[in-house]
Design a protein around this ligand. Sequence first.
Ligand SMILES: NC(=O)c1ccc[n+]([C@@H]2O[C@H](COP(=O)([O-])OP(=O)(O)OC[C@H]3O[C@@H](n4cnc5c(N)ncnc54)[C@H](O)[C@@H]3O)[C@@H](O)[C@H]2O)c1
Length: 342
Amino acid sequence: MKVLLTGSEGYIGAVMRDVLLNAGHAVTGLDTGFFKECDFGDAPTAIPVLVRDVRSVSESDFEGFDAVIHLAALSNDPLGNLEPGLTEEINTQGSIRVAEMAKAAGVRRFLFASSCSLYGQGEALGLTEEATPNPQTPYAHSKIDFERALHALADDSFSPTYMRNATAFGVSPRLRFDIVVNNLCGCAWTTGKIGMTSDGSPWRPLVHVQDISRAFLLALEAPRDVIHDEAFNIGSTANNIQIRDIAYKVQAQMPECEVTFGNSDGDTRTYNVDFTKIETRLPGWNTTGYSIDRSITEFLEAFEQLQTKDEDFKGRLYTRLRQIEHLQSSGLIDSQLYWSKA
Ligand SMILES: NC(=O)c1ccc[n+]([C@@H]2O[C@H](COP(=O)([O-])OP(=O)(O)OC[C@H]3O[C@@H](n4cnc5c(N)ncnc54)[C@H](O)[C@@H]3O)[C@@H](O)[C@H]2O)c1
């Protein structure tokens, strides 16, 4: 298939492109390029990229594509709090523009990178796709708001799928240290300790970035009736874990690393998610190859090879908010995150 991959230049996109290419799909990226200089090790595999802001895409950008995989977004809660309204403008309104233009151009499949964070503070363990969303942040609100807008566009010619990803982990050529497993690995490697301000009790569902990529591939190739207007939680029951247990897993591979906890810091986000639907309905799905333990090993090997240092861990390249703030303070992008005219 001819696939347009928005957000191609980010953490997940840099991995997903290879999974799609290796399966024989033709991949074109679309991205504004906030993190194009943020390589971790080798650069991602080269693909053609349309340099666009999702807020100003046009129908012609989507002509000739069979499917759109939509990853482009302000991708976490700290970014969501950057400037009031920006997350809504980019993640909700910009995404609606992407979907409307794609549909108008005749694109038949639209896979949206939604998030399990829309479940917010779960009232029960084992939240299914039927659970009532309880978003706690502008970011989580943007995900459920766009899912609803996308649902309104579903018809015989246009099949949206809501891929509710667990929190990603794992090495990528566009690494992020601002997600939990990656952060704890980087922290342990560069400082020799993991000092948590919280008590580590919140639940998080986690999924390896390779598995997210494979889930999108499977949904792309699945029969239409399996994916049409359907939500899937993307992850595995085995990787529903309390944050303190991630710290202990890191410590198990770095025994000299000290782990300490504080009192709960008021983070109300805790959710434990059920993955039965993807496990039973999406042919070919399993995540057994990419455990958290294996990923910690993968990180330690990468840190050793790349001689990762404290300044890499704390610097701007691998923390999305810091890179955006750097682009703004350098005058490269404005307060609305548009590139400044040269
Ligand atoms: N990483 C996770 O743990 C996780 C979990 C659940 C859902 N998701 C979703 O998956 C998607 C990808 O996440 P990621 O971790 O790769 O994030 P990322 O920040 O690494 O990548 C996002 C990409 O979107 C691009 N982008 C941002 N605003 C844009 C705009 N206005 N126009 C065009 N491009 C724009 C950025 O330049 C970047 O390359 C996001 O939608 C995110 O919300 C991620």
